[in-house]
Design a binder for this molecule. Sequence first.
Ligand code: URP
Ligand code: ZN
Ligand code: ZN
Length: 459
Amino acid sequence: MKAIDLVIKGGTLINASEVIEADIGISDEKIALIGKNLEGKEIIDAGGLYVLPGAVDPHVHLEMPAGITTSSDDWQSGSIAAACGGTTTLIDFVEPENNQSLREAYMLRRQQAENKSVLDFGLHMTITNSEQNTLSQLPDLIEQGITSFKLYTTYTGFKLDDTQLLKVLNAIHKLEALAIVHSENDAIIQWRTQDLLKTDLNNPASHPLSRPETAEREAIHRILSLAEITRAFVYIVHISTRQGAEMVCHARLRGQKAFGETCPQYLLLDHSLYQQPDFEGAKFVCSPPLRKKSDTRALWQALSNGTIQVAATDHCPFFFKGQKDLGKDNFSKIPGGLPGVGLRLSLMYSYGVCGGHLSLNRWVETCSTAAARLFGLYPRKGCLLPGADADIVLFDPHKILTVRKDILHENVDYTPYEGMQLKGYPVMTIKGGKPIAKDGTFLDTKITGKYLARKLPDC
Ligand code: URP
Ligand code: ZN
Ligand code: ZN
Protein backbone atom coordinates (compact mmCIF):
# COMPACT_ATOMS: atom_id res chain seq x y z
CA MET A 1 0.00 0.00 0.00
CA LYS A 2 1.10 3.54 -0.78
CA ALA A 3 2.76 5.54 2.03
CA ILE A 4 0.46 8.15 3.49
CA ASP A 5 1.95 11.66 3.47
CA LEU A 6 -0.50 13.28 5.82
CA VAL A 7 -3.26 12.15 8.16
CA ILE A 8 -6.01 14.43 9.40
CA LYS A 9 -6.91 12.73 12.62
CA GLY A 10 -9.89 12.56 14.89
CA GLY A 11 -12.23 15.04 13.20
CA THR A 12 -15.93 14.88 12.34
CA LEU A 13 -16.13 14.46 8.57
CA ILE A 14 -19.08 16.10 6.84
CA ASN A 15 -20.16 15.25 3.32
CA ALA A 16 -23.43 16.15 1.64
CA SER A 17 -24.75 12.70 2.50
CA GLU A 18 -23.19 11.69 5.83
CA VAL A 19 -21.43 12.76 9.00
CA ILE A 20 -18.79 10.32 10.31
CA GLU A 21 -15.98 10.24 12.85
CA ALA A 22 -12.87 9.19 10.92
CA ASP A 23 -9.32 10.01 9.82
CA ILE A 24 -8.35 11.08 6.31
CA GLY A 25 -5.14 9.80 4.72
CA ILE A 26 -3.61 11.93 1.97
CA SER A 27 -1.03 10.95 -0.68
CA ASP A 28 0.05 12.69 -3.88
CA GLU A 29 -2.33 15.63 -3.34
CA LYS A 30 -5.37 13.32 -3.22
CA ILE A 31 -7.46 11.70 -0.54
CA ALA A 32 -6.04 8.17 -0.42
CA LEU A 33 -8.28 6.64 2.24
CA ILE A 34 -10.75 7.33 4.99
CA GLY A 35 -10.79 5.16 8.10
CA LYS A 36 -9.93 4.77 11.77
CA ASN A 37 -6.48 4.88 13.36
CA LEU A 38 -4.61 5.84 10.19
CA GLU A 39 -0.85 6.46 10.37
CA GLY A 40 1.21 8.75 8.14
CA LYS A 41 4.41 10.78 7.88
CA GLU A 42 2.65 13.88 9.21
CA ILE A 43 -0.39 14.21 11.43
CA ILE A 44 -2.80 17.11 11.83
CA ASP A 45 -4.99 16.84 14.91
CA ALA A 46 -8.60 17.67 14.02
CA GLY A 47 -10.08 16.67 17.40
CA GLY A 48 -13.19 18.76 18.13
CA LEU A 49 -13.25 20.14 14.57
CA TYR A 50 -15.48 19.64 11.56
CA VAL A 51 -13.62 18.40 8.49
CA LEU A 52 -15.26 19.51 5.23
CA PRO A 53 -14.57 19.39 1.51
CA GLY A 54 -13.04 22.73 0.46
CA ALA A 55 -15.85 25.07 -0.50
CA VAL A 56 -16.56 25.71 -4.18
CA ASP A 57 -17.60 29.25 -5.15
CA PRO A 58 -18.98 29.14 -8.69
CA HIS A 59 -19.73 32.87 -8.97
CA VAL A 60 -16.95 35.43 -8.50
CA HIS A 61 -15.78 38.45 -10.50
CA LEU A 62 -12.03 39.02 -10.01
CA GLU A 63 -10.36 41.91 -11.85
CA MET A 64 -13.56 42.36 -13.83
CA PRO A 65 -13.74 45.48 -16.04
CA ALA A 66 -16.81 47.58 -15.12
CA GLY A 67 -17.10 50.76 -17.22
CA ILE A 68 -14.15 52.97 -16.35
CA THR A 69 -13.14 50.86 -13.34
CA THR A 70 -12.31 47.24 -12.43
CA SER A 71 -13.42 45.04 -9.53
CA SER A 72 -10.79 45.53 -6.87
CA ASP A 73 -9.70 41.98 -6.05
CA ASP A 74 -7.33 40.50 -8.58
CA TRP A 75 -6.82 36.76 -8.91
CA GLN A 76 -4.19 36.78 -6.20
CA SER A 77 -5.92 38.85 -3.50
CA GLY A 78 -9.33 37.32 -4.28
CA SER A 79 -8.08 33.75 -4.15
CA ILE A 80 -6.13 34.38 -0.92
CA ALA A 81 -9.23 35.92 0.67
CA ALA A 82 -11.26 32.91 -0.47
CA ALA A 83 -8.68 30.42 0.84
CA CYS A 84 -8.60 32.04 4.29
CA GLY A 85 -12.39 31.69 4.41
CA GLY A 86 -12.41 27.98 3.51
CA THR A 87 -13.00 28.15 -0.24
CA THR A 88 -10.62 26.10 -2.38
CA THR A 89 -12.18 26.33 -5.86
CA LEU A 90 -13.36 29.41 -7.74
CA ILE A 91 -15.28 29.74 -10.99
CA ASP A 92 -15.11 33.16 -12.67
CA PHE A 93 -16.10 34.45 -16.11
CA VAL A 94 -14.62 35.12 -19.53
CA GLU A 95 -16.14 38.25 -21.06
CA PRO A 96 -14.94 38.41 -24.66
CA GLU A 97 -14.37 41.76 -26.40
CA ASN A 98 -16.33 42.37 -29.61
CA ASN A 99 -13.38 41.67 -31.88
CA GLN A 100 -12.13 38.59 -30.05
CA SER A 101 -12.76 34.93 -30.74
CA LEU A 102 -14.12 33.09 -27.69
CA ARG A 103 -11.01 30.89 -27.73
CA GLU A 104 -8.70 33.93 -27.62
CA ALA A 105 -10.67 35.55 -24.79
CA TYR A 106 -10.58 32.27 -22.83
CA MET A 107 -6.84 31.81 -23.33
CA LEU A 108 -6.09 35.36 -22.13
CA ARG A 109 -8.34 35.08 -19.08
CA ARG A 110 -6.88 31.68 -18.22
CA GLN A 111 -3.32 33.03 -18.46
CA GLN A 112 -4.23 36.00 -16.27
CA ALA A 113 -5.49 33.63 -13.57
CA GLU A 114 -2.76 31.01 -13.93
CA ASN A 115 -0.18 33.65 -13.14
CA LYS A 116 -1.84 34.77 -9.92
CA SER A 117 -4.50 32.47 -8.47
CA VAL A 118 -3.51 30.45 -5.41
CA LEU A 119 -6.61 28.30 -5.88
CA ASP A 120 -7.75 25.96 -8.62
CA PHE A 121 -10.20 27.75 -10.87
CA GLY A 122 -12.65 27.22 -13.69
CA LEU A 123 -14.21 29.65 -16.15
CA HIS A 124 -17.72 30.24 -17.48
CA MET A 125 -18.01 31.85 -20.94
CA THR A 126 -20.29 34.87 -21.41
CA ILE A 127 -22.26 34.81 -24.66
CA THR A 128 -23.38 38.23 -25.90
CA ASN A 129 -24.86 37.42 -29.31
CA SER A 130 -26.51 34.53 -31.12
CA GLU A 131 -24.60 34.64 -34.40
CA GLN A 132 -23.68 31.34 -36.00
CA ASN A 133 -20.03 32.34 -35.89
CA THR A 134 -20.29 32.55 -32.09
CA LEU A 135 -22.38 29.44 -31.52
CA SER A 136 -20.11 27.35 -33.73
CA GLN A 137 -17.28 27.98 -31.24
CA LEU A 138 -19.08 26.36 -28.30
CA PRO A 139 -17.99 22.73 -28.96
CA ASP A 140 -14.33 23.82 -28.90
CA LEU A 141 -14.87 25.57 -25.55
CA ILE A 142 -16.46 22.44 -24.12
CA GLU A 143 -13.36 20.54 -25.21
CA GLN A 144 -11.36 23.12 -23.28
CA GLY A 145 -13.44 22.47 -20.16
CA ILE A 146 -15.83 25.41 -20.33
CA THR A 147 -19.19 23.69 -19.89
CA SER A 148 -21.35 26.56 -18.63
CA PHE A 149 -22.37 29.68 -20.55
CA LYS A 150 -23.46 32.96 -18.97
CA LEU A 151 -26.36 34.86 -20.50
CA TYR A 152 -27.77 38.24 -19.48
CA THR A 153 -31.23 39.72 -19.89
CA THR A 154 -29.97 43.20 -18.95
CA TYR A 155 -26.81 45.37 -19.16
CA THR A 156 -25.94 47.16 -22.42
CA GLY A 157 -23.48 45.15 -24.45
CA PHE A 158 -24.48 41.90 -22.75
CA LYS A 159 -28.26 41.53 -22.90
CA LEU A 160 -29.91 39.13 -25.30
CA ASP A 161 -33.47 39.48 -26.60
CA ASP A 162 -35.87 36.52 -26.59
CA THR A 163 -35.02 35.36 -30.11
CA GLN A 164 -31.32 35.46 -29.30
CA LEU A 165 -31.92 33.66 -26.02
CA LEU A 166 -33.81 30.89 -27.83
CA LYS A 167 -30.99 30.40 -30.32
CA VAL A 168 -28.29 30.33 -27.65
CA LEU A 169 -30.28 28.09 -25.29
CA ASN A 170 -30.93 25.71 -28.16
CA ALA A 171 -27.21 25.50 -28.94
CA ILE A 172 -26.39 24.94 -25.26
CA HIS A 173 -29.03 22.20 -25.03
CA LYS A 174 -27.61 20.35 -28.04
CA LEU A 175 -24.24 20.24 -26.32
CA GLU A 176 -25.75 19.16 -22.95
CA ALA A 177 -24.04 22.13 -21.30
CA LEU A 178 -25.49 24.49 -18.69
CA ALA A 179 -26.91 27.98 -19.29
CA ILE A 180 -26.43 30.29 -16.32
CA VAL A 181 -28.52 33.42 -16.44
CA HIS A 182 -28.61 36.87 -14.85
CA SER A 183 -32.36 37.46 -14.96
CA GLU A 184 -33.81 40.97 -14.64
CA ASN A 185 -36.20 42.69 -17.08
CA ASP A 186 -34.15 45.37 -18.82
CA ALA A 187 -37.08 47.52 -20.01
CA ILE A 188 -38.48 47.82 -16.49
CA ILE A 189 -35.04 48.84 -15.19
CA GLN A 190 -34.58 51.48 -17.93
CA TRP A 191 -38.10 52.86 -17.41
CA ARG A 192 -37.77 53.14 -13.64
CA THR A 193 -34.21 54.51 -13.80
CA GLN A 194 -35.17 57.33 -16.20
CA ASP A 195 -37.95 58.35 -13.81
CA LEU A 196 -35.79 58.25 -10.69
CA LEU A 197 -32.98 60.21 -12.34
CA LYS A 198 -35.43 63.15 -12.61
CA THR A 199 -36.12 63.25 -8.87
CA ASP A 200 -33.70 61.20 -6.77
CA LEU A 201 -30.53 61.41 -8.76
CA ASN A 202 -28.00 61.35 -5.93
CA ASN A 203 -29.55 58.79 -3.66
CA PRO A 204 -28.36 55.14 -3.44
CA ALA A 205 -31.87 54.39 -2.11
CA SER A 206 -33.06 54.85 -5.71
CA HIS A 207 -31.15 51.71 -6.71
CA PRO A 208 -33.62 49.11 -5.34
CA LEU A 209 -36.55 51.16 -6.69
CA SER A 210 -35.01 51.03 -10.14
CA ARG A 211 -34.84 47.23 -10.07
CA PRO A 212 -38.12 46.03 -8.52
CA GLU A 213 -38.78 42.41 -7.68
CA THR A 214 -41.22 42.19 -10.58
CA ALA A 215 -38.25 42.73 -12.92
CA GLU A 216 -36.60 39.63 -11.47
CA ARG A 217 -39.76 37.50 -11.43
CA GLU A 218 -40.62 38.36 -15.04
CA ALA A 219 -37.13 37.60 -16.35
CA ILE A 220 -36.76 34.34 -14.42
CA HIS A 221 -40.17 33.20 -15.63
CA ARG A 222 -39.29 34.11 -19.22
CA ILE A 223 -35.89 32.39 -19.11
CA LEU A 224 -37.44 29.27 -17.65
CA SER A 225 -40.08 29.32 -20.38
CA LEU A 226 -37.47 29.67 -23.11
CA ALA A 227 -35.41 26.92 -21.48
CA GLU A 228 -38.50 24.69 -21.40
CA ILE A 229 -39.07 25.21 -25.13
CA THR A 230 -35.42 24.46 -25.98
CA ARG A 231 -35.03 21.83 -23.21
CA ALA A 232 -31.85 23.55 -22.03
CA PHE A 233 -30.50 22.96 -18.51
CA VAL A 234 -30.65 26.34 -16.80
CA TYR A 235 -29.20 27.80 -13.59
CA ILE A 236 -30.50 31.14 -12.36
CA VAL A 237 -27.75 33.11 -10.63
CA HIS A 238 -28.18 35.33 -7.56
CA ILE A 239 -31.91 34.85 -6.90
CA SER A 240 -32.94 37.68 -4.57
CA THR A 241 -36.70 37.33 -4.15
CA ARG A 242 -39.37 34.94 -2.93
CA GLN A 243 -41.11 35.31 -6.30
CA GLY A 244 -37.91 34.41 -8.16
CA ALA A 245 -37.46 31.26 -6.07
CA GLU A 246 -41.12 30.37 -6.68
CA MET A 247 -40.55 30.53 -10.44
CA VAL A 248 -37.71 28.00 -10.13
CA CYS A 249 -39.82 25.82 -7.84
CA HIS A 250 -42.70 25.75 -10.36
CA ALA A 251 -40.33 24.87 -13.22
CA ARG A 252 -38.82 22.03 -11.20
CA LEU A 253 -42.30 20.73 -10.36
CA ARG A 254 -43.01 20.67 -14.11
CA GLY A 255 -39.94 18.46 -14.45
CA GLN A 256 -37.53 20.98 -15.89
CA LYS A 257 -33.79 20.78 -15.29
CA ALA A 258 -33.85 24.17 -13.58
CA PHE A 259 -31.47 25.17 -10.80
CA GLY A 260 -30.99 28.18 -8.58
CA GLU A 261 -28.34 30.07 -6.70
CA THR A 262 -28.62 32.65 -3.99
CA CYS A 263 -25.94 34.48 -2.01
CA PRO A 264 -25.33 35.44 1.64
CA GLN A 265 -26.22 39.07 0.92
CA TYR A 266 -29.74 38.06 -0.14
CA LEU A 267 -30.11 35.77 2.87
CA LEU A 268 -28.72 38.10 5.54
CA LEU A 269 -29.03 41.74 4.47
CA ASP A 270 -32.08 43.74 3.44
CA HIS A 271 -33.08 46.89 1.54
CA SER A 272 -33.21 49.10 4.66
CA LEU A 273 -29.42 49.40 4.29
CA TYR A 274 -29.89 51.68 1.26
CA GLN A 275 -31.39 54.33 3.58
CA GLN A 276 -28.11 55.01 5.38
CA PRO A 277 -26.94 58.66 5.27
CA ASP A 278 -23.73 60.06 3.71
CA PHE A 279 -23.89 57.87 0.64
CA GLU A 280 -23.20 54.79 2.84
CA GLY A 281 -26.06 53.01 1.08
CA ALA A 282 -23.78 52.76 -1.97
CA LYS A 283 -21.81 50.05 -0.14
CA PHE A 284 -24.81 47.75 -0.70
CA VAL A 285 -25.46 48.49 -4.37
CA CYS A 286 -25.56 45.22 -6.25
CA SER A 287 -27.84 43.83 -8.92
CA PRO A 288 -30.33 42.50 -8.21
CA PRO A 289 -30.61 44.70 -5.11
CA LEU A 290 -31.12 43.65 -1.50
CA ARG A 291 -34.80 42.96 -0.80
CA LYS A 292 -37.33 42.78 2.02
CA LYS A 293 -36.86 40.73 5.20
CA SER A 294 -39.69 38.45 4.03
CA ASP A 295 -37.64 37.64 0.92
CA THR A 296 -34.64 36.65 3.04
CA ARG A 297 -36.87 34.24 4.97
CA ALA A 298 -38.28 32.74 1.76
CA LEU A 299 -34.78 32.28 0.34
CA TRP A 300 -33.62 30.38 3.43
CA GLN A 301 -36.64 28.13 2.98
CA ALA A 302 -35.86 27.59 -0.71
CA LEU A 303 -32.26 26.71 0.11
CA SER A 304 -33.33 24.36 2.83
CA ASN A 305 -36.01 22.53 0.82
CA GLY A 306 -33.88 22.10 -2.32
CA THR A 307 -35.60 24.61 -4.63
CA ILE A 308 -32.29 26.51 -4.61
CA GLN A 309 -29.20 24.32 -4.70
CA VAL A 310 -26.23 26.67 -4.35
CA ALA A 311 -25.06 29.45 -2.05
CA ALA A 312 -22.40 31.37 -4.02
CA THR A 313 -21.01 34.83 -3.29
CA ASP A 314 -21.18 36.84 -6.56
CA HIS A 315 -18.05 38.42 -5.04
CA CYS A 316 -17.52 41.66 -6.99
CA PRO A 317 -15.80 44.23 -4.76
CA PHE A 318 -15.41 47.96 -5.36
CA PHE A 319 -13.81 50.40 -2.91
CA PHE A 320 -16.29 52.73 -1.23
CA LYS A 321 -13.79 55.58 -1.61
CA GLY A 322 -12.65 55.88 -5.21
CA GLN A 323 -14.99 53.41 -6.90
CA LYS A 324 -18.53 53.34 -5.44
CA ASP A 325 -18.35 57.16 -5.36
CA LEU A 326 -18.20 57.23 -9.17
CA GLY A 327 -21.97 57.31 -8.69
CA LYS A 328 -22.04 60.16 -6.18
CA ASP A 329 -23.95 62.41 -8.59
CA ASN A 330 -25.96 59.69 -10.30
CA PHE A 331 -27.04 56.53 -8.47
CA SER A 332 -27.17 54.53 -11.71
CA LYS A 333 -23.40 54.96 -12.10
CA ILE A 334 -22.51 53.32 -8.76
CA PRO A 335 -20.52 50.19 -9.71
CA GLY A 336 -22.66 47.19 -8.78
CA GLY A 337 -21.37 44.37 -6.66
CA LEU A 338 -20.51 43.35 -3.10
CA PRO A 339 -17.49 41.67 -1.54
CA GLY A 340 -17.99 38.39 0.31
CA VAL A 341 -15.65 35.66 -0.93
CA GLY A 342 -13.91 35.34 2.45
CA LEU A 343 -16.98 34.88 4.61
CA ARG A 344 -19.41 32.54 2.89
CA LEU A 345 -18.64 29.31 4.72
CA SER A 346 -18.73 30.91 8.13
CA LEU A 347 -21.85 33.02 7.43
CA MET A 348 -23.69 29.99 6.10
CA TYR A 349 -22.78 28.01 9.22
CA SER A 350 -23.44 30.81 11.71
CA TYR A 351 -26.81 31.82 10.26
CA GLY A 352 -27.77 28.75 8.22
CA VAL A 353 -26.86 25.84 10.48
CA CYS A 354 -26.96 27.65 13.84
CA GLY A 355 -30.06 29.53 12.65
CA GLY A 356 -31.89 26.22 12.15
CA HIS A 357 -32.27 26.54 8.35
CA LEU A 358 -29.67 23.99 7.20
CA SER A 359 -28.43 20.63 8.44
CA LEU A 360 -24.67 20.09 8.50
CA ASN A 361 -25.02 18.04 5.32
CA ARG A 362 -27.08 20.67 3.57
CA TRP A 363 -24.52 23.32 4.56
CA VAL A 364 -21.76 21.34 2.81
CA GLU A 365 -24.03 20.57 -0.12
CA THR A 366 -24.96 24.23 -0.73
CA CYS A 367 -21.41 25.57 -0.26
CA SER A 368 -19.54 22.79 -2.05
CA THR A 369 -21.09 19.63 -3.43
CA ALA A 370 -24.00 20.99 -5.48
CA ALA A 371 -21.78 23.47 -7.33
CA ALA A 372 -19.16 20.78 -7.94
CA ARG A 373 -21.84 18.56 -9.52
CA LEU A 374 -23.58 21.23 -11.59
CA PHE A 375 -20.31 22.66 -12.87
CA GLY A 376 -18.69 19.34 -13.78
CA LEU A 377 -16.10 19.06 -11.01
CA TYR A 378 -17.54 16.21 -8.93
CA PRO A 379 -16.09 13.98 -7.44
CA ARG A 380 -12.71 15.66 -7.90
CA LYS A 381 -14.06 18.58 -5.86
CA GLY A 382 -16.97 18.96 -3.45
CA CYS A 383 -16.60 15.78 -1.39
CA LEU A 384 -14.39 13.88 1.02
CA LEU A 385 -13.95 10.59 -0.82
CA PRO A 386 -10.93 8.49 -1.82
CA GLY A 387 -9.65 9.79 -5.15
CA ALA A 388 -10.86 13.37 -4.63
CA ASP A 389 -8.39 16.25 -4.53
CA ALA A 390 -7.21 16.74 -0.94
CA ASP A 391 -8.87 20.17 -0.67
CA ILE A 392 -10.07 20.14 2.91
CA VAL A 393 -11.22 22.64 5.52
CA LEU A 394 -10.91 22.25 9.28
CA PHE A 395 -13.74 24.24 10.79
CA ASP A 396 -14.08 25.11 14.47
CA PRO A 397 -17.82 25.22 15.23
CA HIS A 398 -17.21 26.88 18.59
CA LYS A 399 -15.07 29.80 17.47
CA ILE A 400 -16.87 33.09 18.16
CA LEU A 401 -15.89 36.12 16.11
CA THR A 402 -17.20 39.53 15.16
CA VAL A 403 -16.83 40.43 11.49
CA ARG A 404 -14.38 43.29 10.98
CA LYS A 405 -13.02 44.34 7.64
CA ASP A 406 -9.50 43.81 9.03
CA ILE A 407 -9.92 40.06 9.61
CA LEU A 408 -10.49 39.57 5.88
CA HIS A 409 -8.02 39.57 2.99
CA GLU A 410 -10.39 41.06 0.42
CA ASN A 411 -8.82 44.05 -1.35
CA VAL A 412 -11.55 46.54 -0.52
CA ASP A 413 -12.15 49.17 2.17
CA TYR A 414 -15.30 47.72 3.75
CA THR A 415 -17.32 44.57 4.28
CA PRO A 416 -21.13 44.61 4.06
CA TYR A 417 -21.16 42.21 7.03
CA GLU A 418 -19.26 44.54 9.44
CA GLY A 419 -20.21 43.90 13.07
CA MET A 420 -22.10 40.65 12.46
CA GLN A 421 -21.47 37.86 14.98
CA LEU A 422 -20.04 34.59 13.71
CA LYS A 423 -20.22 31.28 15.47
CA GLY A 424 -17.87 28.89 13.70
CA TYR A 425 -14.89 29.72 11.52
CA PRO A 426 -12.38 27.86 9.33
CA VAL A 427 -9.12 27.34 11.23
CA MET A 428 -7.18 25.59 8.46
CA THR A 429 -7.53 25.33 4.68
CA ILE A 430 -5.66 22.52 2.94
CA LYS A 431 -5.21 22.49 -0.83
CA GLY A 432 -3.83 19.42 -2.57
CA GLY A 433 -2.76 18.03 0.80
CA LYS A 434 -0.87 21.19 1.81
CA PRO A 435 -2.03 23.67 4.45
CA ILE A 436 -2.34 27.07 2.74
CA ALA A 437 -4.22 29.08 5.38
CA LYS A 438 -4.32 28.86 9.16
CA ASP A 439 -6.36 30.90 11.63
CA GLY A 440 -7.08 33.61 9.07
CA THR A 441 -3.48 33.90 7.83
CA PHE A 442 -2.39 32.87 4.36
CA LEU A 443 0.72 30.68 4.57
CA ASP A 444 2.29 30.41 1.14
CA THR A 445 2.01 33.00 -1.63
CA LYS A 446 4.22 30.93 -3.93
CA ILE A 447 1.55 28.30 -4.31
CA THR A 448 -0.30 28.35 -7.64
CA GLY A 449 -3.74 27.18 -8.64
CA LYS A 450 -4.50 25.07 -11.69
CA TYR A 451 -7.03 25.66 -14.42
CA LEU A 452 -9.86 23.14 -14.09
CA ALA A 453 -11.13 21.70 -17.36
CA ARG A 454 -14.70 20.88 -16.33
CA LYS A 455 -16.97 18.05 -17.42
CA LEU A 456 -20.56 18.51 -18.55
CA PRO A 457 -23.06 19.08 -15.72
CA ASP A 458 -24.15 16.17 -13.57
CA CYS A 459 -27.87 16.98 -13.39
O1 URP B 1 -24.10 43.80 -8.95
C1 URP B 1 -23.56 42.74 -9.24
N1 URP B 1 -24.09 41.61 -8.88
N2 URP B 1 -22.40 42.76 -9.91
C2 URP B 1 -21.69 41.66 -10.39
C3 URP B 1 -22.10 41.30 -11.77
C4 URP B 1 -23.38 40.49 -11.79
O2 URP B 1 -24.38 40.97 -12.30
O3 URP B 1 -23.40 39.36 -11.29
ZN1 ZN C 1 -25.44 39.08 -12.34
ZN1 ZN D 1 -22.15 38.04 -10.80
